[in-house]
Design a protein around this ligand. Structure first.
Ligand code: DP6
Length: 336
């Protein structure tokens, strides 16, 4: 592709969480998961082939050359794309230029939108003509949750065939979920101070699988939760979906808290937001919380309730003083 290829992908938030791999090379998850792709946070990535041999790849993120573990992941991903394109021997290097559009300081920079956009741009740049399903499988190899950002709205990422890794690789992909047309959802994100640097999600996930005695129970219940969430989405039943989502987040954090040493992302301020969400519900507002590998709390609600939920969150007095910064999001599109 002369001039290169540009792709855009949006972040997604899991409602039924992915936490644990059964194969860390192929990034096969222990369970299926369900997510909502958001409009507010996105990554735009440009991939251009250079007149240089592979090994001379250049990666720039938000204007800065990428380094360290993040660079290693991107280089491994480019290698994978070239091998799928059968171009390893003669491969040209790539220049990857990527921009995250996330409100600054939000702590929401997401490997999901990043690897979905990179999968889309790199596959096309290297001449791979992949359908959505195969793009989702490819994005999965960069970061599991990226498989879901290939699609907009409500998405399921299937655990895939458990028989063996080769079968799993072919069958662990994301796809859009049939959604009741009247289901109008939104998300308010309470942005909280991250505090001291915490362990990355990849490492934390592996530690949970290896040492949490609750991990088998987590996997057992999550598969059923994913199926029930899909039913609730098809039926347009937001209260049921919200309950499943909040329970899945709580169980994920309980499972990682039981690792040795404990993996803890929730801060005192996260718990203050959970109290506020409970207060909103007690006041009759449908609002349900979910938390990922960080202190921020995302609150799922009906689109029509977004303002009242945001006002409730902005009214919180955090343990350290002050109120959370609140960002608003609605369902967003898939990879393009
Ligand atoms: C808590 O997809 O970032 O956000 O596959 O190792 O790259 P890797 O992990 P990643 O994990 C996301 C974990 C989560 C829950 C979720 O998105 O389902």
């Amino acid at each position: 592709e002369p001039g290169g290829v540009t792709a855009v992908a949006h972040a997604n938030i899991a409602l039924v969480k992915y936490w644990g791999k059964r194969d860390s090379t192929l990034i096969l998850p222990a369970t299926s998961s369900v997510s909502l792709t958001l409009d507010a946070f996105r990554t735009t990535t440009h991939v251009e082939l250079l007149d240089a041999p592979a090994g001379r790849d250049e990666v720039v993120l938000d204007g800065e050359p990428l380094a360290g573990a993040a660079l290693t992941k991107v280089l491994a991903f480019l290698h994978l794309v070239r091998s799928q394109a059968s171009r390893t021997a003669t491969a040209q290097a790539a220049r990857v230029t990527s921009t995250n559009e996330v409100p600054t300081g939000a702590g929401l920079a997401s490997s999901a939108s990043a690897f979905a956009a990179l999968a889309g741009a790199a596959a096309t740049a290297y001449g791979l003509e992949l359908g959505r399903r195969d793009l989702s499988r490819l994005a999965r190899r960069g970061s599991g949750s990226a498989s879901r950002s290939v699609y907009g709205g409500f998405v399921v990422w299937h655990a895939g065939d458990l028989a063996d890794p080769a079968a799993g690789d072919l069958t662990s992909y994301a796809e859009p979920l049939p959604t009741a047309p009247e289901l109008d959802v939104a998300m308010a994100v309470a942005v909280l101070d991250a505090g001291p640097k915490k362990i990355g999600s990849r490492e934390a996930m592996a530690a949970t699988v290896a040492t949490s005695p609750y991990f088998p129970a987590w996997t057992e219940h999550t598969e059923a939760d994913a199926a029930e969430a899909a039913d609730a989405i098809a039926a347009g039943d937001l209260p049921r979906l919200g309950e499943i989502a909040e329970a899945s987040a709580m169980r994920m954090h309980a499972t990682m808290l039981a690792a040795r040493p404990a993996v803890r992302y929730l801060a005192a301020s996260s718990l203050a937001v959970l109290d506020a969400v409970a207060d909103l519900r007690a006041a009759g507002v449908g609002a349900w919380a979910t938390m990922d590998a960080g202190p921020n709390v995302k609150v799922l609600c009906e689109g029509a309730d977004l303002d009242v939920v945001a006002a409730g969150l902005r009214g919180i007095v955090l343990p350290g003083g002050g109120a959370p910064h609140v960002l608003l999001a609605r369902p967003g599109p898939g990879l393009r």
